[in-house]
Design a protein around this ligand. Structure first.
Ligand SMILES: [Zn+2]
Length: 69
């Protein structure tokens, strides 16, 4: 990762959706579970956390696909 991520063309800069601020303080009690970012302009907070995953069953080869019953 380069020291200046803005040099990577596929990255978009993020900011506060309220005041447009771009300076945040980052908090966490467990970085694997939840990170909280607080805008230093308006004190709004955002949570960054893993979304629950779900299983998806897709057709493979043959006529039968796994089903309940
Ligand atoms: Zn803000």
């Amino acid at each position: 990762m380069p020291k200046n991520p803005a040099l990577q063309p596929d990255l978009k800069r993020m900011g506060c959706g309220g005041c447009g601020g771009r300076i945040f303080t980052v908090f966490t009690a467990d970085a694997t579970a939840r990170i909280i970012v607080q805008c230093q302009g308006c004190n709004s907070t955002s949570y960054i956390e893993p979304a629950p995953s779900s299983l998806r069953i897709e057709w493979g080869e043959g006529d039968g696909c796994l089903a309940v019953g």
